[in-house]
Design a protein around this ligand. Structure first.
Ligand SMILES: *[C@@H]1O[C@H](CO)[C@@H](O)[C@H](O)[C@H]1NC(C)=O
Ligand SMILES: *[C@@H]1O[C@H](CO)[C@@H](O)[C@H](O)[C@H]1NC(C)=O
Ligand SMILES: *[C@@H]1O[C@H](CO)[C@@H](O)[C@H](O)[C@H]1NC(C)=O
Length: 404
């Protein structure tokens, strides 16, 4: 009977994977367009880790948008050695919205990074996102908002396979591979091939941009939950990670959503606090205002690197709402890669500014306002948020175990 050993192995897997990844999104460039260098990434990662009052285990993970260092053809992004030096886990990003040649450069950079840094690098990898909001970009709303060229679902499925083949037999083999997009893309049945090809699903959701709905900050938690719930219902039990979400600390009003520190804190408390430590989450964002402040600006620290956030991020006095009562890790979620925590780190960083918000409109409408501000070397705009409801996956696995 092998049953006992299976159970033991599974139990071991889960017990070692109980914390969720918790971090921010990191662009590869500053708002000036200048490429970030290793020292820049190190300073950001270290400062994020030192944030005063950080909940859970602190912000020790970084989601990147590209694996290519700015200003180079296909050198690995310097966020990788910066992550190694600061023990920062990475949700790597492969930029997929600029055609096959650019994708090939991303793949080359990934291979070079594995060869150059070995397990010092690969053990930090939480996952690999092949693409970011590429499906949103080819949707009617994305086209309307003149986003960057996106990628067809069949193209993304092919890219995902190419990444799998590239890491096969390396120390990065087994890293969970997924794709980040807006929830509106995930509920679109025409994109099923991407769901099928993915190990996990990354969701970017921004109630702030959902101007066709009642999107006041008071209603934002409900809109966020709806977006994540709709995604979970559409992806067949695959783990859902929160790859981007956040609320502007400054900027223009969109619908009923009014930027400002008080509302940004409310959103953090109601949406972020229940996620931190429980669901793999990469918040949008740590800093998007260096050196210039975009409109809207989602960064929680302003223009200068500092460990003192613009508002209390401790989750200690969370607003009393039914859904946000559990601040802290709620037991059931596992690190995304329940199966394989060792692999993925995210490197890349495009500059977030972007269309991050974009896909969040529940009606699929992406606010024109969310026009991406920055483009990384190759245009990366999408800030996506991955939402993780690894809980569902965890539950599914438990069911599987019980069924053995
Ligand atoms: C659904 O997905 C397909 C393929 O990505 C895309 O062409 C189409 O525009 C999408 N429809 C909507 C309403 O977003
Ligand atoms: C939440 O609300 C209850 C009842 O109004 C109150 O007693 C409690 O102190 C509140 N908790 C927090 C953390 O504000
Ligand atoms: C979706 O958004 C578009 C653009 O704002 C709007 O015209 C349409 O009525 C909305 N549809 C729904 C169902 O809200």
């Amino acid at each position: 009977m092998h049953r006992p050993s299976h159970l033991v192995a599974l139990a071991a897997t889960f017990s070692s994977a109980l914390a969720a990844f918790q971090g921010f999104n990191y662009g590869s460039t500053f708002t000036s367009g200048a490429a970030k260098q290793q020292s820049d990434f190190e300073a950001e990662f270290k400062t994020a880790q030192g944030l005063v009052g950080a909940p859970g285990g602190g912000f020790t993970s970084a989601r990147l948008y590209t694996t290519v260092q700015g200003g180079t053809a296909n050198d690995p992004i310097s966020a990788i050695p910066a992550a190694i030096n600061t023990k920062t886990s990475l949700l790597l990003g492969i930029w997929c919205s600029a055609g096959d040649a650019t994708f090939a450069s991303e793949l080359q950079a990934l291979k070079s990074a594995i060869a150059k840094y070995g397990t010092d690098f690969t053990k930090l990898v939480a996952g690999i996102s092949v693409g970011s909001e590429d499906l949103y970009r080819i949707s009617p709303t994305g086209l309307l908002n003149k986003e960057n060229p996106g990628a067809q679902p069949s193209t993304l499925a092919r890219y995902i396979k190419e990444v799998r083949d590239a890491i096969s037999g390396t120390s990065l083999a087994g890293a969970p591979i997924g794709h980040v997009d807006t929830w509106t893309a995930w509920v679109n049945g025409s994109n099923q091939a991407v769901i099928d090809a993915s190990d996990w699903i990354g969701v970017d959701a921004y109630p702030y941009f959902q101007e066709t709905q009642a999107n006041s900050v008071a209603n934002s938690k409900a809109l966020f939950d709806d977006a994540v719930g709709a995604t979970q219902a559409a992806v067949g039990g695959k783990p859902v990670w929160i790859t981007e979400t956040g609320f502007p600390v400054s900027g223009k009003t969109v619908g009923q959503a009014i930027p400002g520190l008080e509302n940004a804190k409310t959103y953090w408390d109601q949406v972020g606090c229940p996620l931190f430590g429980a669901t793999n989450t990469w918040w949008y964002t740590f800093q998007d205002a260096a050196p210039a402040t975009p409109n809207p600006s989602f960064g929680i620290i302003g223009n200068s690197l500092t460990t003192t956030p613009l508002f209390d991020i401790s989750c200690k006095k969370v607003t009393n709402t039914t859904s946000s009562t559990s601040v802290g890790p709620s037991a059931s979620i596992s690190k995304s890669s329940a199966t394989n925590p060792s692999t993925t780190d995210r490197v890349g960083g495009g500059s977030p500014g972007s269309d991050a918000g974009s896909g969040s409109g529940s009606n699929g409408t992406v606010p024109t306002s969310s026009t991406p501000s920055t483009t990384p070397a190759t245009n990366f705009n999408g800030a996506g948020a991955i939402s993780g409801s690894v809980g569902a996956a965890f539950a599914a696995v438990m069911v599987a175990i019980l069924a053995l």
